[in-house]
Design a protein around this ligand. Sequence first.
Ligand SMILES: [Zn+2]
Length: 366
Amino acid sequence: MIAFSLLATDGSARRGTLQLTHGSVQTPAFMPVGTAASVKGLTPADVRSAGTQILLANTYHLWLRPGLETIEAAGGLHRFMAWDAPILTDSGGFQVFSLQERRTLDPDGVTFKSHLDGSMHRFTPENTVAFQEAIGSDIAMQLDVCVKLPATYEELAASVSMTTAWAQRCRAAQRSPDTALFAIVQGGLDESLRMRSVRELVALDFPGYAIGGLSVGETREEMERTARLTAAALPQSKPRYIMGIGTVRDIIAAVDCGIDMFDCVYPTRCGRNARAMTHSGEFNIRNAAYVRDFSPVDPQCSCTVCTTYTRAYLCHLFRAGEMLGSQLLSYHNVALLHDVMAQARAAIEGGNWATWRDAALAAISS
Ligand SMILES: [Zn+2]
């Protein structure tokens, strides 16, 4: 089940509501990543109270461990991980393709060696859709062919052709009305290939579209230019998702391009590495400057970490090797991104997107 309503637009920026089987999502929305059915360091209750409406899990990792039988026996992924709100699952294509020499691609699918125990596995468009439906994903992603940049025109063109063919097979393999299937636009930085990928996938009429193959080695300008032209070519009435975007700056740029959904491990990875994300930029909270700084991590953030603890305490936790430091900072970083999203949604609704965007970007740079 899926329904997307566009509530307001301001420039290219969009404000919408996405209705899914396990609840609704106000967009633009950031989706924290729980690769192996866990957003690292945070309980599902934490993830929820930090402001998360939908989280992301990964087919590649869950397929290998704990595997379909265990998740099915648990009653699906929502019950298994005790998360009752929407879940988007990536198809695993990106992970499999980043295995490089541990996988072989053929027109029917991709065979790969597990990074855990070296066992051989095979993904096809059909079995990845069946897996995502069986575990109860709200949004499933098609199996796509991702190319690392820089790549030749021929490599990119081949990835677009195969991604379209696999999109068609994924569409035909769908059985569950509870899981919405998104297609993934490929084409690297080549405008004509991006447009071809959009045309071919839109003709198959998916309920939503992702822009894949970015954040894979290109510059920020290249990424933004490609995201902007791709988003502009996608149907207005369908949700748009850009994969692997997670800094405040990149998310604001993506919203400005007309993207509705984003995911990244960035805020929790930073959280584990003492890197604090704030409305005015990032800093390492282990630094000596914070030993006796009794202000909140981000004075503009109203999350429970910022209203309860000080920079000095978090600095101490990291220096003392206490795991609570990682947990608290991961919580704040996720809450911070949700706060940025809430402000972005309000700005689009209020018709002052450009003013808000410029001020938010200037605050990061200063
Ligand atoms: Zn905070």
